[in-house]
Design a protein around this ligand. Structure first.
Ligand code: FE
Length: 217
């Protein structure tokens, strides 16, 4: 089920091909050269750029997905819609655009945990999760998530019950996945914003689960 063929069509972010993992792509080299030049001329501060990238990787982007998850936990009709037509349901909250055109939401249950990977490169739902983390693009994650998902999750600190199946979804440029974690126990009275705070980026990729309370890590 994880073989690759023509249906793994790739968008323009993959124009660099797939065997340059340890080298800069043309685009990366161009960006690096530009950044170096602008830094030398004193026009930009690399630390500021890092801060901006970090913001999009860990804050702005994933908050969109967390909003989707919190709405699904709070509103059964929305959850149904999300199951049937994730692209439309997510768009209704205002999250659309590049790398989010065709979405599928996969719901964790007591029986099945979902894990998302792109074995070929780094397809990722930008509209709900922002920029992919570095490990998501790493060859080790991309190959091992399929071969040994339970072992990979253990390395992320996530020990699933032996009887919980792990289903691995291989993203493509055509279809991106959003994991809907299980709603933690003891969160019955919480509003949507507080629920969203329980949902990390990794929980929506499947390398974590939702936190039980806002203070816990
Ligand atoms: Fe990809």
């Amino acid at each position: 089920m994880h073989d690759h063929d023509d249906d793994h069509a790739h968008g323009d972010e993959h124009a660099h091909g797939h065997d340059h993992d340890n080298h800069y792509s043309d685009m990366q080299a161009r960006v690096k050269a530009l950044e170096t030049l602008l830094t030398e001329k004193g026009l930009i501060d690399p630390a500021a750029i890092d801060a901006i990238v970090d913001t999009y990787e860990t804050k702005v982007g994933p908050r969109n997905g967390a909003h989707v998850v919190a709405r699904a936990w709070s509103d059964a009709d929305f959850a149904d819609w999300l199951k049937r037509d994730a692209t439309a349901a997510i768009s209704s909250l205002g999250y659309t655009g590049r790398q989010g055109e065709h979405m599928r939401a996969v719901f964790n249950t007591a029986e099945t945990h979902n894990l998302v990977v792109c074995t070929l490169c780094s397809c990722y739902p930008w509209s709900v999760l922002g920029l992919p983390p570095v490990w998501y693009k790493a060859p080790a994650y991309r190959s091992r998530a399929v071969i040994d998902p339970r072992g990979v999750l253990a390395e992320f600190g996530l020990m699933l019950p032996e009887n919980q199946k792990i289903r691995v979804w291989d993203s493509t440029a055509e279809l991106r996945y959003l994991v809907i974690p299980e709603r933690p126990e003891g969160t019955e009275g919480m509003d949507e914003q507080s629920l969203a705070d329980l949902v990390s980026r990794d929980a929506m990729i499947g390398t974590a689960v939702a936190r039980k309370s806002e203070s816990a890590t």
